[in-house]
Every structure is written in structure tokens, then in C-alpha cells.
Design a protein around this ligand. Structure first.
Ligand code: ATP
Length: 550
């Protein structure tokens, strides 16, 4: 039952591609019929040669076969093209809805997920669905029409008994065996998929942490672990290959068994003068050449098990409830005042904020100091509406819970110690903060963070590409590019989460200087575990026991 729901949901995603699917199926039906008809014409040519009266000349029969062969080639191309067109369009659509869902789930939810597992889900799990969309939907429909049609043709024009035998073997190979294979190997497919997902997650995690692995000289233990996991995975892969081989063997055995049964029944029919012996040749050749579409179904179970396992994991993300609701309403605001009144918050029953209160007015620069792990970042995350809380957080007197989501993020921005730069040009990395910024505005932002000379001296200037993992710039430059984004974005309220904690004192000084020089352009709340960093703030609060004190 659960499986049917899953299939229904997967099919639901292709509703808008109905026309292309119908075209692909029609294409496939005509194409497969062409192949079968070629064999049938060949058998007619043979029985004509053996004396059966056929009005068409040999030339016509050969010409028909050549024409159908070429036509089949063209149709095959379009069939493959349309199936893959649908599949990749749908995969693109699924990726889009997953990204949209991750956006709605919010940063807080994503933070709690294993990054490797998440990457695996939005890459390889989505890819696995290709099997369903490109190799399942249309083959099922094609088999239904082509083999259904052949059953009728043989029953009506050759012999009903032979037609029924052929139908029985179509059902065995195309329905009964795939269902049995699917049931028997369901657990195996799931295990393989989970093992592969765990391996990918571990591998990606190890690559992300390669520097730490190097510094701690722990490469050998990681390599050993990867070797162990590879060998586990190898075991599952071998089991899968064995399954595919067994499946093919059993399927082919049944197809041959079918032809033996046809010959045995035909001999009885011939003895009773119920069929012309030459037509048995036509029936047999048609039968043997007609398993293309049904064979495609027989090969599905091993792949489908994995596809359903992937689909289940992807739908689990889509069904996940966001921690906070995303509001779309008229409660927009232009930042004047932030009030936190008796705010309390706990992670898994561990109280972090305990009746905390704070008021921040427009143009103020507030500093919050406190030791590591006390809850400073959590306070900023609550102000960003990442988590539900108790008490009140209000912007201009409007409860955060009721504020329009877009309006909130138009007013506030957060800048932390981890700036992420994309593998793209410096210009494009800055434009994400403000799509409409001109080169002059970008340069002004770079000047504010003392990076203009640095960028001007680069051979390609703003067109310089930041390498993956930002390996071609220093940590301090990276942070200052992050701050340049803030100046381009010009938020009304800026939340600074330890922006200088990872960098050297020269870069810290440069960042603090630019913040000090431009602090009148926005309202700022900055947190740090060092009081000296906060010396540029107008007012400093100390975070202690879940509360703030002067
Ligand atoms: P730091 O300066 O080191 O970043 P902080 O004062 O900003 O520390 P928070 O990041 O707010 O501290 O974390 C407060 C406490 O809550 C820490 O003990 C942390 O381990 C815990 N914590 C943070 N995020 C989560 C989470 N998503 N789930 C559970 N516990 C968390």
C-alpha cells in the first residue's frame, strides 16, 4: 500500500509533462512494433519460400523490412530522446522543489543535518529517480500496448490457444517475475542504497575536513575507514550484480520455456489440423522477437528498489515541518526599534536564554560579550527567526512571529566568522548581496573594507575567480569580502557574530575600523567573547546565566 502511495506521488510530479510522455509512448509503441513486424515479415518471407500463399512479392517484402528498419532507427532515437528529456526536466523540477523546501526549513534545520548526507540526497538520490521517469513509466505503457496488441493479433489471426500461451508468458516475464524479484530483493536494494548514501556522506565529510586530517596526521585512520567502507559497499554491489545476472537468467529460461510450450501445443494442433504448420513458424518468430518491451519490465526490480529507497528519503525532506512558519502578509516594517522581552529558549531541554530582555534603537551599536558556548549566537539566531521561542521579540512593536518573512530579511542581515565565497568571480560573489550594484558601488564597498587596492592589483580585477574553498585568498581577505557584501546590501539592522574571531589582528583592525567609520549607516548588534573587540560599540552588555546585564 505504501509502495502505491509512493508511486502515486512520483507520478504526481510528472503531471505537467503528460503530452511529452504520451508522445514518447506512441513513439515507443510504433518503434517496437516495427522491430516485431520486421521479424514477422521475415517469417512470412520464409514460409512464402516454403510454399505458403502470400500475395506480396519478395521485393516488396524485403523493401518493407528495409524501410521499417530505418524507420525503427529514427523512432528509437526520438523515444530515447523524449524519455530522457522528460526524466531530466523532472529531475530539474525535483531539485528545484527540494532547494525551495530547504529554504523554507531554514538555516537552523539545515545546520542540524549532516552536510554529506544532505548533499548525497540532493545529488545522487535525485539522479536515481531517473530510472523511474526514463525507464519505468513509458516501458510499462509500451509493453501494455505492444504485447497486448500482439496477443490479439496471434489469437485472432493465427490461433487462439497459441495466443493464450503467449499471453501467459508475457504475464510471467513482465508481471509475475518482476513482482517476485522485487519482493525478494526489496531489503537488499534498500541496504545497498543506504550503504551507498552513508559511504558518500563519509567520503564528502572526509574531503571537507582534509586540512584537519592533515594537521592531526590522522590520514591513515581515515583511509582505513574508507577502505573498510569500500569493501562493505563492494559486498553490496556484488550482491546486486549477482541479482541482475540471476534475474536475466531466469527471465531467459522462461522465454525459452515459452517457445517449447508453443512447439508442443502446436504439434497437437497440427495433428488435429487446427493450424497450418507454416503459421507456427510465424507465431514462434513473432513470439521470440516480441520480448523487448516485456524484458525492459523484467529488468526493473533491482533498479526500482533503489529508486523507491531514494524517493522515500527525498519525500521525507519534502514532508519535514519547518521549525518556524514563513509568513507572507502585510506586516512589513522599516526598522526603528528592536525589543526582546523576557525571551527564553532551550535546545533539547537545555535552557540557553532565560527571560532575556534587550532594547536596540535605530543607529545604536550594541556589543554583547560572554564566554564561548554561553548562548550569544543563539540570541542572534532567534532575532533572525530561525527557532521558535518563549517571550516577545518585536520589530517596531510588531511580533516577530507575525512579520512578513521578506520584510524581515530586507531589514536585517547577519555576518559571522564563516563567510562563504562561491567558486565564481569577485564581482559575482559581491553581487549576491545586491544584484543591481554597479561596478562603482562594488568598488566603493571594497574601499570601505580596505580591499580596493588588493582587487585593483589583481590581473583580472573584479573578474578574478575565487577558487573552490577560497584557496586563492587569505582568511582575512575572505572576511573583508564578506563585510563588503554587507556594505553593498546596506541592511537597516546588522547582526555581527564574532566577525573577527578567525583572523589576525591586522585584519581584525581593518574590519573594526570599517565598521567604526560606517556605523552611522546602520544599527548594529555585535557579539564577541573579547571585550576589546567591542570597544567600538556605544553600549556593551554581558551575557550571563541566559540574561544580559550592563
Ligand atoms: P561561541 O562564541 O563559541 O559561538 P555562543 O555563546 O555563541 O558560543 P551558542 O552558539 O549560542 O554559543 O551555543 C550555546 C550552547 O548551545 C552551546 O553549548 C552549544 O553547544 C549549544 N548549541 C548550539 N547550537 C545547538 C543546536 N543546534 N542544537 C543543540 N545545541 C546547540
Amino acid at each position: 500500500m505504501q509502495r502505491f502511495k509512493l508511486i502515486k506521488r512520483l507520478l504526481g510530479l510528472v503531471k505537467s509533462f503528460k503530452t511529452v510522455i504520451i508522445l514518447a509512448v506512441i513513439n515507443g509503441i510504433i518503434g517496437n512494433l516495427c522491430s516485431i513486424i520486421i521479424s514477422t515479415i521475415a517469417s512470412f518471407t520464409l514460409i512464402k519460400f516454403l510454399g505458403y500463399p502470400i500475395s506480396l512479392s519478395y521485393v516488396t517484402l524485403f523493401a518493407l523490412m528495409i524501410f521499417l528498419g530505418c524507420f525503427r532507427g529514427v523512432l528509437r532515437y526520438f523515444e530515447q530522446y523524449s524519455n530522457h528529456y522528460i526524466a531530466f526536466k523532472i529531475l530539474g523540477h525535483i531539485r528545484h522543489i527540494i532547494f525551495e523546501k530547504l529554504r523554507i526549513l531554514g538555516v537552523a534545520k539545515i545546520e542540524t543535518k549532516e552536510k554529506g548526507a544532505l548533499t548525497n540526497q540532493i545529488t545522487s538520490d535525485v539522479e536515481t529517480l531517473e530510472v523511474f521517469y526514463a525507464h519505468t513509466i513509458s516501458p510499462c505503457l509500451i509493453a501494455l500496448f505492444v504485447n497486448g496488441g500482439l496477443f490479439l493479433y496471434i489469437s485472432l489471426f493465427i490461433n487462439l490457444y497459441l495466443g493464450l500461451i503467449i499471453l501467459a508468458f508475457y504475464l510471467i516475464v513482465g508481471v509475475i517475475l518482476p513482482v517476485i524479484f522485487y519482493r525478494v530483493n526489496q531489503k537488499q536494494g534498500l541496504e545497498y542504497r543506504n550503504e551507498l548514501a552513508a559511504f558518500n556522506a563519509y567520503y564528502l565529510d572526509s574531503i571537507a575536513g582534509r586540512k584537519d586530517i592533515r594537521y592531526t596526521n590522522s590520514a591513515s585512520s581515515f583511509i582505513n575507514e574508507i577502505k573498510a567502507k569500500t569493501s562493505d559497499l563492494h559486498h553490496f554491489t556484488r550482491r546486486n550484480i549477482k541479482l541482475v545476472a540471476n534475474t536475466r537468467g531466469i527471465v531467459n529460461a522462461f522465454i525459452i520455456l515459452g517457445s517449447i510450450v508453443i512447439l508442443m501445443v502446436s504439434s497437437i494442433l497440427i495433428q488435429n489440423n487446427l493450424i497450418n504448420p507454416l503459421l507456427v513458424i510465424v507465431a514462434l518468430i513473432t513470439y521470440l522477437s516480441s520480448f523487448g518491451p516485456v524484458n525492459a519490465l523484467a529488468a526493473l526490480p533491482s533498479n526500482l528498489n533503489q529508486t523507491f529507497a531514494s524517493a522515500k528519503r527525498l519525500f521525507a525532506i519534502l514532508d519535514e515541518k519547518p521549525l518556524v512558519k514563513e509568513n507572507k502578509n502585510d506586516n512589513t516594517f522599516d526598522f526603528e526599534k528592536l525589543e526582546c522581552n523576557n525571551v527564553s529558549f532551550a535546545y533539547d531541554n537545555r535552557l540557553i536564554l532565560n527571560n532575556l530582555s534587550l532594547t536596540v534603537n535605530k543607529q545604536e551599536f550594541i556589543g554583547i560579550v560572554g564566554p564561548s558556548g554561553i548562548g550569544k549566537s543563539t540570541l542572534l539566531k532567534l532575532i533572525m527567526n530561525f527557532y521558535p521561542y518563549q517571550g516577545e521579540i518585536k520589530f517596531n512593536g510588531i511580533e516577530l512571529k507575525d512579520i512578513d518573512h521578506n520584510s524581515l530579511y530586507q531589514n536585517i542581515s547577519m555576518f559571522s566568522q564563516h563567510t562563504y565565497l562561491f567558486n565564481d568571480t569577485i564581482r559575482n560573489n559581491l553581487l549576491i548581496a545586491n544584484n543591481n550594484a554597479t561596478d562603482d558601488e562594488i568598488k566603493e564597498a571594497l574601499r570601505k573594507v580596505s580591499l580596493l587596492d588588493f582587487v585593483n592589483n589583481l590581473e583580472k580585477g573584479l573578474d578574478t575567480v575565487i577558487k573552490e574553498d577560497s584557496t586563492n585568498i587569505s582568511l582575512g581577505e575572505k572576511q573583508r569580502l564578506g563585510l563588503a557584501r554587507v556594505f553593498l546590501r546596506k541592511p537597516k539592522l546588522l547582526l555581527l557574530d564574532e566577525p573577527t574571531s578567525n583572523i589576525d589582528s591586522l585584519n581584525e583592525l581593518l574590519i573594526l575600523k570599517s565598521l567604526k567609520d560606517h556605523k552611522n549607516e546602520m544599527t548594529i548588534i555585535m557579539i564577541s567573547h573579547k571585550k576589546s573587540t567591542l570597544s567600538i560599540a556605544d553600549k556593551i552588555y554581558t551575557f550571563k546565566d541566559g540574561m544580559l546585564s550592563d
